[in-house]
Design a protein around this ligand. Structure first.
Ligand code: SF4
Length: 424
């Protein structure tokens, strides 16, 4: 079958789509990039926020009306959290939840409409698919948190980690297929192995760099402050490894302790700030990314000002901002809500704040000499993008001859990237 795959949402959902593509290819099917060629359509859904849900439902409604006999399969978090809503917009679609993705080939080949909603994730095999020079590898599903606003918990449930040997095998396969960047993803990579015992994220990465040869770099996915804290020293040591990007993404969500309590995030603002300072002290030039939810119930003017103050204190390179949206069956959905108008004003103010901080950090690179080696096609014609040791994107414009390993002079910087010229 020619299968067209469309995925929405987070790095883990993208890694799941990559895993399903690998299973389909190993099953003798073809993954096509053009919807017109497709005999089956697989949509991997996201429902983390109201706007992501609406976008996916619009797409499914449109696809469902123009199927002309083709098969529609819906996967991703919405299958677990809102299956009835999906059946309303796409009554003839087969449903496969994140826990059942190992059965994707059966569902594609089945003559019936399948509804695989309940189940436990089969972590006995982990084939990988390389997209361009990047391989996204899920190391675990689920988490140990119980955040009041989060619908993902209802979709991904309890923590289920893949065995370290299986992940090492998958990384080796990815590198043999030309992957130069290995993304280790999960809802919370720092929780990795808590369910297995005797292994954690730092030990896993050590096993990978010791056992997999080749020219590749590892990027660690999102890690929560509370699960990161107990393994912070190990993580700092492993981030010093040459094959690991000096990059970490630690979602803060709010810079106010009262709101963190309401969110059921199990850490304090001070713990987050101290973790960031420790990382910066021990790993010079590390890139720190974070997330903030603006307008969560309980966030008043004073609490929002605390978030702004915390962002100024922590100085993250990147901050992803999301306006709180009500998610069904979550605790926060029953709380008093902040108005849309106020959320808009606050997130605009925060966006300006984080852009000033990120741009100031990037401008400090101007005039510096940097080394990089993994070229990726640039976004603009005749440009090349490299990832530096700390995952910062460096763009070379109007290059004559593309160079792999190169030395460049940073001549300019924006909030989004560094700009440079080759000097050797
Ligand atoms: S850690 Fe919290 S926000 Fe993250 S997936 Fe789990 S419950 Fe959701």
């Amino acid at each position: 079958m020619k299968v067209y795959v469309e995925t929405y949402g987070c790095a883990l959902n993208k890694a799941d789509a990559s895993l399903m593509k690998a299973l389909l290819l190993n099953g003798g099917h073809e993954v096509v990039d053009n919807l017109k060629e497709a005999e089956a359509i697989l949509v991997n859904t996201c429902t983390v926020r109201k706007d992501s849900e609406e976008r996916v439902l619009r797409r499914l409604r449109d696809l469902s009306r123009n199927l002309s006999g083709r098969k529609l399969i819906i996967a991703g978090c919405m299958v677990s959290t809102q299956p009835y809503t999906l059946k309303q917009v796409a009554p003839t679609a087969s449903l496969i939840s994140p826990q059942n993705i190992a059965k994707i080939v059966d569902v594609v080949e089945s003559q019936n409409v399948e509804n695989l909603i309940i189940g436990i994730r089969d972590t006995s095999h982990l084939p990988c698919n390389v997209e361009g020079r990047v391989a996204s590898i899920p190391i675990a599903e689920g988490c140990v948190g119980n955040c009041a606003y989060c619908i993902v918990k209802l979709a991904r449930r309890k923590l289920t980690s893949y065995k370290p040997e299986l992940i090492v095998k998958s990384v080796r396969e990815a590198v043999s297929k030309g992957a130069a960047e290995i993304e280790l993803t999960a809802q919370d990579t720092a929780a990795y192995g808590i369910d297995l015992g005797g292994i954690n994220l730092a030990k896993l990465i050590k096993k990978i760099v010791d056992e997999v040869e080749g020219n590749y770099m590892i990027r660690v996915g999102m890690a929560n402050p509370n699960t990161l804290k107990p393994i912070l020293d190990n993580i700092i040591e492993i981030l010093k490894e040459p094959k690991v990007f000096k990059y970490i993404h630690i979602p803060l969500q709010s810079g106010d302790d009262k709101v963190l309590k309401i969110m059921k995030r199990e850490y304090t603002v001070d713990e987050f700030v101290n973790t960031v300072k420790e990382l910066r002290r021990k790993i010079p030039g590390i890139t720190i990314a974070t997330d903030i939810i603006v307008g969560h119930p309980g966030e008043g003017e004073e609490e929002f000002e605390n978030t702004i103050r915390t962002i100024h204190e922590a100085q993250p390179d990147k901050t992803h901002i999301a306006q709180y949206t009500l998610r069904p069956r979550t605790e926060s959905s029953k709380m008093l809500h902040v108005s849309e108008k106020v959320k808009k004003i606050r997130s605009a103010f925060l966006a300006k704040t984080v852009e000033e901080i990120g741009t100031k950090i990037n401008k400090e690179y101007i005039g510096s000499i940097v080394e990089s080696s993994i070229p990726i096609k640039g976004f603009r014609e005749n440009s090349i993008m490299y990832r530096l040791f700390n995952y910062k994107p460096m763009v070379i414009y109007d290059y004559k001859v593309m160079r792999y390993k190169n030395i460049a002079l940073i001549t300019n910087a924006t909030f989004y990237d560094l700009r440079g010229i080759y000097i050797s």
